[in-house]
Design a protein around this ligand. Structure first.
Ligand code: AMP
Length: 282
């Protein structure tokens, strides 16, 4: 696996990779601290693309001023090992200056409406940072397919809209949520949790499962599903709910009656750690 540090070199690699007939480039954007969720995206890329690039960049513009940018887990050596093991051809690990050559307050991509919903409501500017950096990565790598996790379902909605609006020639592929055996969605931020918080954090996946069960039993009103999920959180008083929402996955606007494809999403703080989880209702 080759480690690439510059946009020019990544673009040259991508163009050379795609120059033979039938070749395809897959890209997996990440912030590093790679885990089983990231591994599943790299495997999905490996399974469907002849060439695979994984990017590793802790993007400063998607963190708020009081968020965890400085202490976000960084594990470059282990990330190289995991990406290589899962079959990445290139690990793109640029500096902040390489992706923001004129400083952070320059050109932005803003997906109006969607960008202020769910996580965007509680983390102002977050999705502007995400959309901006993913646009930079897609423009640099020109992949045929880009792979994202359903774990960040609102992010998927924002990026799908951005790709459609900008008419980017990339297919957005969404991969299922990878969970630990007890149900907790795998996340780079789970390392922040102490053992008792780790147990409290299971309230998120319990709420998701509760809603899935209710929908399987025929419950459809969004208000009923939200109330049932809030009841689950009430049994874990140290978990502070940020949002519980039943929304249309493409607009992120609330729906009154859940239908196949409706997104049920939660965010909650366990101590200082903000966690998210969701399900696409059947
Ligand atoms: P991050 O490094 O946290 O920015 O995540 C990079 C990509 O991995 C995003 O598309 C995430 O949605 C995806 N991802 C993170 N956690 C999981 C998970 N548990 N299952 C599947 N994908 C995930």
């Amino acid at each position: 696996m080759e480690i690439v540090r510059t946009v020019d070199k990544l673009r040259r690699w991508s163009r050379a990779s795609r120059s033979t007939a039938g070749s395809t480039v897959g890209m997996v954007p990440t912030m590093g601290a790679l885990h089983a969720g990231h591994a599943s995206l790299i495997r999905a890329a490996r399974a469907t693309c002849s060439h695979v690039a994984v990017s590793l960049f802790v993007n400063p513009t998607q963190f708020g001023p009081n968020e965890d940018y400085a202490r976000y887990p960084r594990s470059f050596e282990a990330d190289c090992a995991l990406a290589g093991r899962e079959g990445a051809d290139v690990l793109f690990a640029p500096s902040v200056e390489e992706l923001y050559p004129n400083g952070p307050a320059s050109t932005f991509i803003e997906v109006s409406g969607l960008g202020d919903r769910l996580d965007g409501a509680s983390r102002p500017g977050h999705f502007r940072g995400v959309a901006t950096v993913v646009a930079k990565l897609l423009i640099a790598a020109e992949p045929d397919r880009a792979f994202f996790g359903q774990k960040d379902a609102a992010q998927v909605a924002v990026l799908r809209r951005m790709v459609a609006d900008l008419r980017l020639a990339v297919e957005v592929v969404v991969c299922p949520i990878v969970r630990d055996p007890d149900g907790l969605a795998v996340s780079s931020r789970n390392v922040y949790l102490n053992p008792s918080q780790r147990a409290q954090a299971l309230a998120l996946s319990r709420a998701v499962r509760r809603v899935e069960t209710l929908v399987a039993q025929g419950e459809r009103p969004g208000g009923v599903l939200v109330a049932a999920a809030r009841e689950v959180f009430a049994s874990e008083p140290d978990v502070r709910v940020d949002y519980v929402e039943v929304v249309d996955w493409s607009t992120l606007l609330p729906v009154e009656i859940a239908a196949p494809g409706t997104l049920f999403a939660v965010a909650a703080y366990v101590g200082a750690t903000r966690l998210i989880d969701n399900t696409i209702l059947e």
